[in-house]
Design a protein around this ligand. Structure first.
Ligand code: FAD
Ligand code: MLT
Ligand code: ZN
Length: 450
């Protein structure tokens, strides 16, 4: 096996030193750990295919890891798997200006893609705080959401082509980039969100959006979720250029301020806060200020149009993940409910969580327009299962999803039946069996290995 892997990627890219391998064996949060027999770092699709063919011959599982910023334990190896790192799949092909498309390696980070396409007057429709480490392969494999879904949709809406290596080492390459192509099953959509269980993504063809440099960001204090929803409806009706509406609460703000040293945004404290961002060809500041002035939901607000001011206002929101993690290893749940049930769900969550674990400290924040709540629970590691169960059952009872954007991974596999019917799960299993009959790709992620 080792000889075949060495032949596939070259001696220097097969890592077996225990201390080096260990750095690939735990996740970003520190909650999930596993064991890998080695790490391989292929340079292109052909090398990935050679690794997978060798693994298939030896019936050894392969775990795929991109930037390792995933939050559901999906990038952590189990059972002595080969850990395949996409760190060297970093080709950035020239932007195709006429179509507004680009083809990139799966190991390219979101920030590197942004720099590359912005130089050509384009932008990418998905953005979030892990941009410096998260890779395009990871974004597509998890169908990442983020802060701009309101305007551009999730990662799935940006994917126009995929090259991938299947479990038997064969390659599918569909990088033509045709926006219209109804020739049967949608390969791209099937692999998008498959969390590395159906194939290893090696190259991606992506739809780009126009680069909008005129921007205004508002940090707004509101009383509650109902007020936040009403404000977003008002702003969105007046400014179709709205591209972000992010929600957080007083307890999350306190953690962020303790971690970052940021000052209080307003003279008074309020229960809830929204970050709104508008972007267009003309400066949206005045229109945004007018919309805020016309809404009774606004208790206080501050607006910035210059890059430093915008960055500062975003920090109150984007620093949540890191600030929560610095206070302890959280149980992280990422759910969505219909907007009609959002206020009620936010009100019910703290009591639901403390009933499952009296020491628990819940911190909520999220992407308001999609009803996407990040339910982070500190001081609950020993009761992680009970807390997860209570929260996900509450969400299912409200007609929600147990995973809005992070995926199922290992963390929520046992609860998949709360969001998908037995028939759908049977269909997923049939697809998995058809493409990966030996269960070699990311075993235990999304579906159990049985
Ligand atoms: P990894 O963590 O390496 O892997 C994630 C999953 O994808 C694993 O199952 C892995 O096996 C699979 N995978 C990775 N690469 C490939 C590939 N080439 N082929 C097949 N499978 C592959 N997520 C959001 O959706 N929205 C957010 O707003 C958001 N914000 C975040 C903020 C912070 C600070 C952090 C730490 C995380 C955030 N995330 C967010 C979660 C995470 O960044 C995303 O899930 C991201 O898409 C993962 O990319 P990655 O390269 O780190 O993937
Ligand atoms: C975010 O929106 O910041 C994330 O998805 C990360 C998290 O849930 O912590
Ligand atoms: Zn998020």
């Amino acid at each position: 096996m080792a000889e075949e892997l060495r032949a596939a990627v070259g001696a220097t890219q097969l890592l077996t030193d225990a201390s080096v391998v260990a750095s690939f064996e735990s996740d970003w949060t520190g909650r999930f750990r596993g064991r890998a027999r080695c790490v391989v770092r292929p340079a292109d699709t052909a090398e990935v295919a050679a690794v997978m063919a060798a693994a298939a011959r030896a019936k050894v599982p392969v775990c795929v890891q991109g930037g390792n910023t995933g939050l559901v334990g999906g990038s952590v190896p189990v059972g002595g798997a080969i850990l395949l790192s996409t760190a060297r799949l970093t080709a950035l092909e020239p932007v195709e200006v006429v179509s507004g498309q680009v083809t990139v390696g799966a190991g390219v980070t979101l920030a590197a893609l942004q720099r590359h396409v912005r130089a050509e007057g384009y932008d990418f429709g998905v953005d979030f705080a892990a941009r410096d480490s998260a890779t395009l392969g990871g974004l597509v494999a998890t169908n990442a959401g983020g802060e701009r879904v309101l305007r551009y949709g999730t990662t799935r809406a940006q994917v126009l082509g995929i090259e991938a290596v299947l479990a038997d080492g064969s390659i599918i390459s569909r990088l033509g980039g045709l926006p219209k192509d109804n020739t049967g099953y949608d390969t791209m959509s099937l692999l998008t969100g498959s969390e590395g269980t159906l194939g290893i993504l090696t190259r991606l063809r992506l739809r780009l959006v126009p680069l909008l440099t005129e921007r205004a960001v508002a940090l707004v204090a509101v009383d509650d979720v109902a007020a936040a929803l009403s404000l977003v409806r008002t702003v969105r009706n007046r400014l179709p250029s709205l591209e972000a509406a992010e929600l957080f609460f007083a307890d999350g703000l306190a953690l962020v301020r303790a971690r970052t040293g940021l000052s209080a945004p307003f003279a008074e404290a309020y229960p809830a806060y929204l970050v709104l961002e508008c972007a267009g060809r003309a400066d949206p500041t005045d229109e945004l200020l007018e919309a805020l002035a016309g809404s009774e939901a606004v208790r206080d607000a501050t607006v910035a149009a210059d890059p430093r001011g915008r960055h500062l206002l975003w920090s109150y929101r984007e620093a949540h993940t890191e600030s929560i993690n610095s206070a302890g290893v959280p149980v992280k749940l990422d759910v969505a409910v219909p907007l009609t049930a959002l206020a009620e769900t936010v009100a019910a969550l703290p009591a639901t969580i403390t009933a499952a674990c009296p020491t628990a400290r819940p911190i909520l924040f999220g992407h308001l327009n999609e009803g996407n709540l990040h339910v982070n629970v500190l001081n609950a590691t020993s009761e992680a299962e009970a807390v997860t169960d209570a929260v996900l059952r509450l969400i299912a009872a409200h007609g929600g999803s147990i995973s809005a954007e992070h995926g199922v991974g290992r963390a929520k596999r046992a609860w998949l039946g709360l969001s998908r019917s037995p028939q759908e799960i049977a269909m997923m299993r049939a697809v998995k069996r058809g493409l990966d009959p030996e269960g070699l790709l990311n075993p235990g992620v999304l579906l159990d290995s049985a």
